[in-house]
Design a binder for this molecule. Structure first.
Ligand SMILES: [Zn+2]
Length: 229
């Protein structure tokens, strides 16, 4: 094995040293990001957290998949979710609770995915789904969203996908609406900055008939402005 340093601080022979890993044990609540849905992150996006996420996301540090998955699973465990022990059972019944819950990653643009050579969120959403199943909650990971943006602008699309995209003007579309209709969905992203991506993803899923029950992220910046929503 090649020698490596902690993705957060460079400490030798660590993927993510205990001190940096512990920074991902936070519960950062993102207020008013998606109306009516709890939004939380494992950490605040700065310092070692930022360095580790960038190493993983943009520089191919796939060994961070594991600690980041563990952090997200632990956060999911701390979040009250309808239909899950500790969640709101009335809500669970109302939305048809015992059906399989979908763990859906926020989409990367095709260009970003190509540049990275992988879907960096995939191992994380799979881990979260497996963690729910381990708690007796039927769940599976589903890449149900796609991003049709170029240079930050929505690509013009025709037909159903185009209409769905124009609902939020975000370029985020549900690729297979029949798959998410009537399903509980936990949305997962890497970094919440303005909250606009989470909101757009949730709006697209709701338009397709999904019940978004929680939004989770690895990290959140403190930059969002609640009054601007
Ligand atoms: Zn470290």
């Amino acid at each position: 094995m090649l020698p490596r340093g902690c993705a957060g601080c460079g400490t030798p022979d660590e993927v993510l040293c205990p001190a940096c890993r512990s920074l991902f044990d936070d519960t950062v609540i993102v207020p008013s990001c998606v109306p009516g849905v709890p939004v939380a992150a494992c950490a605040t996006y700065r310092g070692a957290v930022r360095r580790a996420i960038l190493a993983w996301k943009d520089h191919g540090d796939e060994e961070c998949d594991r600690p980041f998955s563990q952090a997200l699973c632990a956060l999911a465990d701390r979040m009250p979710v309808a239909g899950v022990a500790g969640g709101e059972d009335d809500d669970a019944r109302r939305i048809g609770g015992r059906d399989t819950m979908l763990i859906v990653p926020a989409p990367s643009s095709k260009r970003s995915a190509r540049r990275r050579g992988r879907r960096h969120m995939r191992p994380l959403v799979r881990a979260v789904a497996a963690a729910y199943r381990a708690r007796g909650v039927p769940a599976h990971a589903e890449e149900a969203l796609a991003s049709h943006t170029m240079g930050g602008r929505s690509v013009e699309m025709k037909g159903r996908a185009g209409r769905a995209a124009r609902v939020g003007g975000s370029g985020i579309v549900v690729t297979r609406p029949s798959l998410v209709r009537g399903r509980r969905v936990i949305l997962v992203d890497d970094i919440v900055t303005s909250g606009a991506t989470m909101r757009a993803c949730a709006a697209a899923l709701r338009t397709a008939g999904a019940q978004v029950v929680a939004c989770l992220a690895l990290a959140a910046t403190p930059r969002y402005d609640v009054s601007a929503m």
